[in-house]
Design a protein around this ligand. Structure first.
Ligand SMILES: Cc1cc2nc3c(=O)[nH]c(=O)nc-3n(C[C@H](O)[C@H](O)[C@H](O)COP(=O)(O)OP(=O)(O)OC[C@H]3O[C@@H](n4cnc5c(N)ncnc54)[C@H](O)[C@@H]3O)c2cc1C
Length: 265
């Protein structure tokens, strides 16, 4: 159990960490290296899912007061992704960058991010449900486990009431209301919030905001051997083309037959 829990009546400002990953530009085609890892020599941007996370962090700060801190692990150029979030309005950033982290798998990524987040002692950690590139969706649950925080996943709405964080958890047919005492890890879907555009003022202000760079040694984390290996990569199954029913006077019957066979009717 973390030693920095909010009390039930706590109305003090929120300390919010948003994890932000720099990913290859979604407008470019993803390509693979010989070892099946994603080629990263392309234009890189802040993960669009994390932009939604930053937006939610900013809206919670606007409602409750507090601070939004962006935490990223990546090479030096990942600063640009943090800077983008800072230009949207986040307060400061932490970049964990270390040559030893090249080739990090999801577990090492989570161990590193958890160590950096722990130093901040936040009330709330916001992550995207899955990244645009790796898309394992494993990092946020691992962060929660490593920090001993409850996790609230697939949030399309987040509410804070004293020490309680409540979410609307998106499901296939609607949503569930789930809550946990802070500090918590919340994963958000793209439905959470439309990311704001950075204003010129925001872009100028971001230039002087702090981005603290830390190494593995600073965090006291030792590199671990990969717990995962990429066994192979296959193309996703292409969608079968639909059936076209020409209307020769029997189309309605044929459509009813197709829908009945699919148990839709
Ligand atoms: C052997 C091996 C080597 C690999 N080498 C690399 C490599 O060199 N570079 C690489 O990028 N991937 C590498 N990967 C893939 C790696 O496992 C994941 O990309 C990475 O750990 C994060 O997982 P994900 O993108 O699937 O995160 P997900 O769990 O899908 O991410 C969900 C959310 O977690 C947060 N998050 C995840 N990663 C970060 C991060 N780095 N910084 C801040 N927030 C984050 C973000 O909010 C993100 O939206 C390797 C995998 C294997 C098996």
């Amino acid at each position: 159990m973390p030693d920095f829990r909010r009390s039930d009546n706590d109305r003090s400002p929120l300390k919010i960490v948003v994890t932000v990953k720099q990913v290859p530009d979604p407008n470019s085609n993803l390509t693979l290296e010989g070892d099946n890892t994603i080629s990263r020599d392309k234009e890189a941007v802040l993960d669009p899912g994390d932009e939604c996370g930053v937006e939610e962090g900013l809206q919670l700060k606007e409602a409750h007061g507090g601070e939004v801190i962006l935490v990223s692990m990546g090479p030096e150029r990942a600063r640009d992704a943090i800077r983008k979030g800072l230009s949207m309005g986040a307060d400061r950033g932490v970049l964990v960058s270390d040559a030893a982290l090249a080739g990090a798998d999801a577990l090492l990524t989570a161990r590193v991010l958890a160590a950096a987040i722990k130093q901040e002692q936040p009330d709330l950690v916001i992550c995207a449900t899955e990244s645009y590139d790796g898309s394992t969706g494993m990092v946020p649950p691992m962060i929660a486990e490593l920090l001993g925080f409850p996790q609230l996943t697939f949030a399309k709405k987040v509410e804070v009431d004293g020490s309680t964080i409540k979410i609307h958890r998106q499901t296939a047919d609607g949503y569930q209301i789930v809550e946990a005492p802070s500090p918590v890890v919340v994963t958000v879907t793209a439905a959470i919030a439309e990311p704001r555009y950075a204003s010129l003022k925001g872009i100028m202000a971001a230039r002087s905001k702090e981005i603290k760079q830390v190494s593995l040694a600073d965090l006291g984390v030792e590199k671990s051997e990969p717990a995962e290996a990429i066994e192979g990569v296959v193309d996703a199954e292409t969608r079968k083309s639909g059936e076209v029913i020409e209307d020769d006077g029997t189309a309605v019957d044929k459509i009813v037959q197709v829908l009945s066979a699919a148990k839709v009717l």
